[in-house]
Design a protein around this ligand. Sequence first.
Ligand code: SF4
Ligand code: SF4
Length: 165
Amino acid sequence: MPGDVKVLERPRAEGSYVRAAAKGMSITMRHLLKPKKKTQQYPDEKWELAPRTRGTHRMAVHEDGRAKCVACGLCPTVCPVNCIKLVPAEDENGERYAAIYEIDEFRCIFCGYCQEVCPVEAIHLGVHYENAEYSRERWVYDLERLVEQDHPVTALWDPSDPASQ
Ligand code: SF4
Ligand code: SF4
């Protein structure tokens, strides 16, 4: 038998249960006397999120409240999980806009490609994660709901330097 192999003895039948119980209780007492770990009382207490957190999307708007999206089609094209639905339309001036724009936040993997590819800085990920819902359908955010989101945008996009110049 090689010399570095440790052979463990089987517990002997005459081992003391009292000693084993006392040893177990001493471990329990040691843990009782240790400083307590803090339990965070969510939702009254919340983690401070890092500014680069990528969470729930939001749509930027013009001063008159119109969504900035020009329905170019880049974000649904680049989205790796195909969770953006876009139906483009044109107004009387020939300006393109999104007649339907939806993001399935449940399927989204928060990669940020949609934000990075958008030529008009319209769609952004947000520093936000509290979007639990009772139904699958509620995870699909339409344009109106994306516009309503008011949480901070992720630091991937710098509001003071929107064109990253
Ligand atoms: S963050 Fe990524 S996965 Fe989510 S909608 Fe944008 S491109 Fe798609
Ligand atoms: S990339 Fe921007 S402008 Fe183009 S469809 Fe997506 S949100 Fe709209």
